[in-house]
Design a protein around this ligand. Structure first.
Ligand code: NDP
Length: 293
């Protein structure tokens, strides 16, 4: 078993991003700029946004965090997005999910200018991804591709089973793994809560990508010997063992699955860190107008 070390690889790629950002600053006189909007004070969201902002500073980007109480109206939020869409100093714009119930996440996602949609959630980016056109790839799937690429894992011809079909992870991941690309060319099975015989499906997998949101859901008896296991899950539990007061668990029963796998991502220290790299790469590409003019 070899660990797919998100910490190691994300640090390595961030050095490359920082170098590119410095070159961009020297040429253009400005830094790539990411704006994050956070509505309310969900514990997980606070942590994720803080980490995104911290990492922007680390690689020499400008970042701005705009916070709203969860009483903000949908209209007010949409208006703010429109203003930021017009702001030439903003390269990337993200709105941290989940949003309060009275705000429709679909409306918010569609309001963001697709040319600044560095989370890659806008239907234009997802549509372009489907057609293999230049686009912002959703940050988490992008991070996973980069991780597999760094470990020079040739996925050609493999059977990839994705568990979970969300718009931000499972569904785009299934498309990406089937594309005719270096990391891709898999035969993909996309599974979800209505899938029959899930265990038998997952047992067929050469690569398992678990994005469910349930602690230790993928158990050793569901995993074929030698499978590659990518654990997207971040399940937070209150804990007295850590300084932060909570502990993170993946969707995979790491302790028992790891010995059967050829490669596996840990939680924490795996996909989460690579997601930030995906976001940073998209923001840099936006500043450099590499995707859209
Ligand atoms: P969603 O809740 O949007 O989707 C969960 C998916 O899992 C759904 O498609 C659901 O099926 C499926 N599912 C739920 N129960 C079962 C079951 N018993 N059997 C099979 N499938 C099931 O979650 P996300 O995709 O947003 O996130 C998944 C996990 O990944 C979470 O822990 C989240 O915190 C984490 N995450 C981590 C990121 C990172 O950077 N590492 C980034 C984003 C998310 P159905 O569609 O039928 O309901």
């Amino acid at each position: 078993m070899e660990l797919l070390d998100g910490k190691l690889i994300s640090e390595k790629i961030k050095v490359e991003i920082a170098k590119e950002a410095a070159d961009y600053l020297a040429q253009s006189g400005r830094k790539p700029h990411l704006v994050a909007i956070l509505v309310g004070s969900d514990g997980g969201s606070e942590t994720y946004v803080a980490s995104k902002i911290k990492n922007c500073e680390k690689v020499g980007f400008k970042s701005s965090l705009i916070r709203y109480d969860d009483t903000i109206s949908e209209l007010e939020l949409l208006e703010k997005i429109r203003t930021l869409n017009q702001d030439k100093d903003v390269d990337g714009l993200i709105v941290q999910l989940p949003l309060p119930k009275h705000i429709d996440p679909e409306k918010v996602t569609e309001e963001i200018d697709h040319k600044k949609d560095v989370d890659g959630f806008h239907p234009i980016n997802l549509g372009r991804m489907m057609r293999n056109l230049p686009c912002f790839i959703p940050a988490t799937p992008y991070g996973i591709l980069l991780l597999l690429q760094e470990y020079k894992i040739d996925t050609t011809g493999m059977h990839c089973v994705v568990v979970g079909r969300s718009n931000i992870v499972g569904s785009p991941m299934s498309i990406l793994m089937a594309r005719n690309q270096k990391v891709g060319n898999c035969t993909v099975t996309l599974t979800h809560s209505k899938t029959k015989n899930l265990k038998e499906q997952v047992l067929q997998a050469d690569i398992i990508i678990a994005a469910i949101g349930k602690k230790n859901f993928i158990t050793a008896d569901m995993v074929k010997n030698g499978a590659i296991v990518i654990d997207v899950g971040i399940n937070r539990e209150i804990s007295t063992e850590t300084k932060s007061g909570y502990k993170l668990f993946g969707d995979v029963d790491f302790k028992n699955v790891a010995p059967k796998s050829s490669f596996i991502t840990p939680v924490p220290g795996g996909v989460g860190l690579m997601t930030i790299v995906g976001l940073l790469k998209n923001t840099l590409a936006s500043a450099k107008k590499e995707i859209y003019r």
